[in-house]
Design a protein around this ligand. Structure first.
Ligand SMILES: *Cc1c(COP(=O)(O)O)cnc(C)c1O
Length: 400
């Protein structure tokens, strides 16, 4: 079977809820992936930052295989010998007292929202079922009905109402708008420190600090969705740390497993995360020993290979190189660490055709928000590999 055979099968039998590039990947290693025709590509998406540690990292692979031979799923009806160690290691790494594991990012977001509502009723004293959450325009927090209820992207929500109430949307990167939207019933403000799916939108310096201060002064929880920006991607463990901010609740996912397995979690201190009581929340697979073992190895790789530091250093280099490209199509190059967006001018004809041209050159990147090409390679990328990519990106950005 060749590329076209696989594509035909997928189109015939699968729901068409994605518009992938026409490359059929068969195996991968580090920053490189290989398609069924044997062609090699550099992965500049990293599965939306889930493979920060690089594809099929041997240490995580080993942890997966060892654990898979022992026990994979106990459910939380019983305890297992991996989850307690993951809790402890997460706490030591992040400085939060507790965590709660789930599987997908969206589930962790839902968990954070439930927790903030409970906190509002039990601690803040908001009248029951009146809690409000403030979120930002252009957000991406996942695909469940509650989460798309406060999306501002018509494609994500228009055919899927009725919507979950209790959310107030304000413009992103505008701290005053948050302050104005706060009422006595506000439980939390939830935002992404950098909007990834929204087009790699980096808020002005000081925004996160101001939001944290506003939340504190108004007795409102600050929830940072670091599912894409967290775990080293932007050059620090969490993107909030660029402004010295410590949110009340941090949501992580994606790279928490290095791409091997869906593992997500929320992090918070005891006065908040200690509020859940048995039976109020759960997941059959959440905190399973296989996922926990994989996450422990993924975090160890992050630490041992100093991936956040690498992202800071190589991200700066990558942005410098991209900024030096003179192209008639580029409006702006921006980002933090190795989360980089190249915004094209409106007349460039959309980012998709550039991503397709990059594919022909051996680089897999994905457009986000029509006009932005995102470059987010695995954090294990080497300087020479960036040089290799930049030469090809330069060529593509100079096509007619
Ligand atoms: C990917 C992502 C999610 C959703 O994660 P899933 O695992 O796809 O459910 C939520 N928030 C942000 C910021 C993300 O990038």
């Amino acid at each position: 079977m060749n590329t076209q055979d696989f594509i035909k099968l997928e189109e015939q039998y699968g729901a068409h809820n994605y518009h992938p590039l026409d490359v059929v990947i068969e195996r991968a290693e580090g920053v490189w992936v290989y398609d069924v025709d044997g062609k090699q590509y550099m992965d500049c998406l990293s599965a939306y930052s889930a493979v920060n540690q690089g594809h099929v990292h041997p240490k995580i692979l080993n942890a997966l295989m060892e654990q898979a031979r022992k026990v994979t799923l106990t459910s939380r009806a019983f305890r297992n010998d991996q989850l307690p160690l993951l809790y402890k290691e997460l706490s030591e790494l992040t400085g939060y007292e507790m965590s709660l594991p789930m599987n997908s990012g969206a589930e962790a977001v839902e968990t954070a929202l439930k927790l903030a509502r409970k906190w509002a009723y039990r601690v803040k004293g908001v009248p029951r079922h009146q809690a409000e959450m403030i979120v930002c325009a252009g957000n991406f927090h996942g695909r469940t009905i509650s989460i798309i209820s406060f999306s501002t992207e018509p494609l994500y929500r228009d055919d899927f109402g009725p919507f979950t109430p209790g959310f107030v949307v304000v413009p992103y990167a505008d701290a005053d708008a948050i302050e104005k939207a706060i009422t006595p019933n506000t439980a939390a403000v939830m935002l992404e420190p950098i909007q990834g799916e929204g087009g790699v939108i980096v808020p002005p310096e000081g925004y996160l600090r101001k939001v944290a201060e506003i939340c504190k002064r108004n007795n409102v929880l600050f929830i940072a969705d670091e599912i894409q920006t967290g775990l080293g991607r932007t050059g620090k463990l969490f993107a909030s740390q660029h402004e010295g901010v410590r949110p009340d609740i941090v949501i992580i996912g994606k790279a928490l497993s290095g791409g091997f397995y869906p593992v997500s979690a929320i992090l918070a201190d005891k006065p908040i995360l200690g509020l859940f009581t048995p039976g109020e929340h759960g997941s059959t697979f959440g905190g399973n020993p296989l996922g926990a073992a994989v996450a422990r190895a993924a975090l160890a790789v992050l630490r041992e290979e100093k991936l956040a530091e690498r992202a800071a250093e190589l991200g700066t280099y990558f942005v410098e190189q991209l900024a030096e490209i003179s192209s008639p199509h580029v409006k702006e190059v921006r980002g933090k660490g190795l989360l980089i967006g190249v915004e094209l001018k409106p007349e460039a004809g959309g980012a998709r055709r550039f991503c397709e041209a990059l594919q022909k050159q051996g680089i897999l990147a994905k457009e986000t928000h029509d006009n932005v090409i995102r470059f987010a390679p695995p954090l294990v990328i080497k300087k020479e590999e960036i040089d290799w990519a930049v030469a090809r990106i330069r060529e593509v950005l100079n096509m007619p």
